[in-house]
Design a protein around this ligand. Structure first.
Ligand code: UD2
Ligand code: MN
Length: 576
């Protein structure tokens, strides 16, 4: 049953979805080597002093890496200036073993200084920007469950080394019931000696990142809360532009550009400054290319704040009072997932603004798989959280979410009355308002005639994406009534769409492909005649017809002939 009804596993999304409108060359991997970062200290002083590193493991690292001239070559210290770490061939087994602990190359991370240098990745124009001399102070809140020592402390050191001391109130680490000894007293002793006030809070039992962040936030004494994941690296000048924006309008919630720290090599890779956050019908967060209209609103200034429909969730700054005014987080959400979209919708619908600040860059280790347990099951937790988002914020567009899987329909959102009351109390706007004003490019169509299965009158088979990808033929198969791959929306723009795919034909005898929706009519425009039941392709004038016995896998495009094989029913909704 893989594929169709599965929930997407956490961390499945990389910085940029394969299928997005982002050119690979937008991701700039070339870094200039000028510009240094503060406080580079010797590796031995910071990299291996302690923390989850056994004596044998340590001595292997020391021998193999730091003493073998073949390994050191002329390369200097591993990972400096954000360079990738190369693991010697005879350490590959150890590397694979270590990878399992956190689902990233822990061996590489352990070889890099906690203070490693990075290049200044900012756009040139960012370096000369002037920010108000009086900025608010911020407290950094970092929650973690079983995080590795070196990634956690490298996050902390990067904050210390690259933030103006006067703006940094404190660093609050929230341990969400980790099961690793070195994250206990050893961590407390370590952070007690740091040059910036840093302390560790602990949840009593595993509470998930949402409630862990709430615990951290309670202890914030700065004026602004800045949340970071526990495997980040802040770059030169990351903090000032975030705080400066909040000074201008305290209802602005701001995110840095999230660069990629490779989970394989720990190379620091600058991300595109032309992507923003969106989401699909399954309520997965996704990166998409920023549309022209938003570029134009910013006068094509790539350093100007970018209004984003959603945020990734892990890295942002928010005025502390505003955080509570607007309803902090939904405490009914467990472990991981959903809170990023929940907060994004809430900010926009309730009078705030959500932005990416391109002059602020923070790296994050994106992983393919989640390293930790999801007590009760991944699907149950992630679908529960998403259902809460759908119930409270999506109005009738929640149907798109529920259409995507039986799992989603079965999952319980629990009691959402408090969150609905919050929405009333704050007099938040509708999801329609959000789609119209914030995110017209959304995959959830603003207006649509139909959402459900599309059934052929003669063969009683249904259009089906078959889980196929972009630019492949649309399928047709036995109607299962379960939604998922057999759910299509017929939109007011006359698209037949399934999530980000639209039925598309470029020549008059087909094939009928699934192509990314471009919202511009053309090959993606279809007219459904609700009386005659035919679906006519506007550009070619041809009609959609059932599959043949020779090739039962895909519908055809043929001259309209008013036979039953060209009749399609958009009536039955899928079974709820
Ligand atoms: C992204 C966000 C993450 C969060 C998540 C959705 C970024 C870079 N990351 O996933 O912050 O919004 O989407 O929920 O935007 N953690 C706990 N307790 C738990 C589980 C996780 O403390 O039970 C910690 C974890 O150690 C980490 C943070 O929460 O520091 C985020 O978890 P993640 O790194 O697995 O999430 P990520 O980056 O895949
Ligand atoms: Mn993360």
């Amino acid at each position: 049953r893989a594929g169709e009804y599965d929930v997407e596993l956490p961390n499945a999304e990389r910085l940029v979805d394969d299928n997005q409108l982002v050119d690979d060359n937008e991701i700039n991997t070339e870094k200039s080597l000028d510009g240094d970062s503060a406080g580079v200290q010797p590796i031995m002083g910071q990299g291996f002093a302690s923390g989850g590193i056994s004596m044998t493991y340590r001595s292997i690292l020391l021998k193999k890496w730091f003493q073998a001239p073949t390994v050191r070559e002329a390369k200097g210290k591993p990972g400096e200036m954000g360079k990738p770490v190369k693991i010697p061939a005879d350490m590959k087994d150890l590397m694979k073993e270590k990878f399992k602990e956190n689902q990233f190359n822990l061996l590489a991370s352990d070889m890099i200084s906690l203070n490693r240098s990075l290049t200044d990745v900012r756009h040139d124009n960012c370096r000369h920007k002037h920010y108000p001399s009086k900025l608010p102070t911020t407290s950094i809140v970092i929650v973690f469950h079983n995080e590795a020592w070196t990634t956690l402390l490298r996050t902390v050191w990067s904050v210390i080394n690259r933030s103006p001391r006067s703006l940094l109130k404190e660093i609050i680490l929230v341990d969400d019931a980790s099961e690793r000894d070195f994250l206990g007293k050893q961590l407390e002793d370590y952070v007690a000696k740091l040059p910036v006030r840093t302390f560790v809070l602990r949840t009593e039992k595993r509470s998930g990142l949402i409630r862990a962040r709430l615990l951290g936030a309670e202890h914030v004494t700065g004026e602004v809360i800045t949340f970071l994941d526990a495997h980040c690296e802040c770059t030169e000048g990351w903090l000032e532009p975030l705080l400066a924006r909040i000074v201008q309008n305290r209802r602005t919630v701001v995110c840095p550009i999230i660069d990629v720290i490779s989970d394989e090599t720990f190379e620091y890779i600058t991300a595109s400054d032309s992507t923003w956050g969106g989401f699909n019908w399954k309520l997965n967060f996704r990166w998409y290319r920023v549309p022209q209209r938003e570029m134009a609103r910013r006068n094509n200034d790539r350093t100007a704040p970018l209004r984003t429909p959603t945020m990734a969730g892990g890295l942002f700054s928010i005025d502390k009072d505003y955080f509570y005014e607007i309803g902090s987080y939904d405490e009914g959400m467990d472990i991981w997932g959903g809170e990023n979209l929940e907060m994004s919708f809430r900010i926009w619908q309730c009078g705030g603004i959500l932005e990416i600040i391109p002059c602020s860059h923070v790296g994050h280790v994106f992983r393919d798989k989640s390293p930790y347990t999801f007590p009760g099951g991944v699907a149950k937790i992630v679908l529960h959280n998403a259902a809460r988002v759908a119930e409270v914020w999506l109005d009738e567009w929640r149907d798109f979410y529920y259409a995507m899987s039986t799992g989603a329909r079965k999952a319980s959102a629990g009691d959402v009355s408090d969150r609905k009351n919050l929405r009333d109390r704050l007099k938040c706007k509708s999801f329609r308002w959000y789609l119209e004003n914030v995110y017209p490019e959304s995959l959830m169509p603003l207006d649509y005639y139909y959402l459900g299965e599309i059934r052929n009158a003669e063969t009683e088979t249904c259009l089906d994406t078959m889980g196929r990808k972009y630019n492949e033929k649309v399928g047709i198969s036995y109607c299962h009534g379960l939604g998922g791959n057999q759910v299509f929306a017929y939109t007011k723009r006359q698209q037949i769409m399934s999530d980000d795919l639209c039925l598309d034909a470029s020549s008059s005898n087909g094939p009928v492909n699934m192509v990314r929706c471009h919202n511009m009519g053309g090959n993606q425009e279809w007219v459904y005649d609700a009386e005659e039941k035919w679906i006519r392709h506007t550009n070619t004038g041809q009609c959609l017809q059932r599959a043949t016995r020779d090739d039962a896998s895909t519908p055809l495009l043929r001259p309209c002939n008013y036979t039953k094989g060209q009749q399609w029913l958009m009536e039955s909704k899928f079974k709820w």
